[in-house]
Design a protein around this ligand. Structure first.
Ligand SMILES: [Zn+2]
Length: 78
């Protein structure tokens, strides 16, 4: 068995971060992170940041004023 040498794809980490992977794969991937694979930890960390930026703020709703001020600082250029 050489499963410990198997890396997961960027797409897999993307799904992992968004909790779209099946439970058994999730366990495998978590174990891979816990094993300390630097490459995959880096991919994972990148996706965590991407998802945090891209995902709508479900748990911490930003105040409307905050959104408005951001919009006024960055007016649409189109
Ligand atoms: Zn890996």
């Amino acid at each position: 068995m050489s499963d410990s040498n198997k890396h997961f794809s960027e797409a897999a980490w993307s799904d992992f971060v968004r909790q779209l992977v099946a439970a058994d794969q999730r366990t495998e991937m978590q174990a891979h992170l816990d094993a300390g694979c630097a490459e995959c930890i880096q991919s994972y960390n990148v996706w965590v940041q991407v998802v945090q930026i891209a995902a709508p703020e479900v748990e911490n709703e930003p105040p409307r004023d905050g959104i408005q001020s951001v919009k006024s600082k960055f007016p649409p250029s189109r």
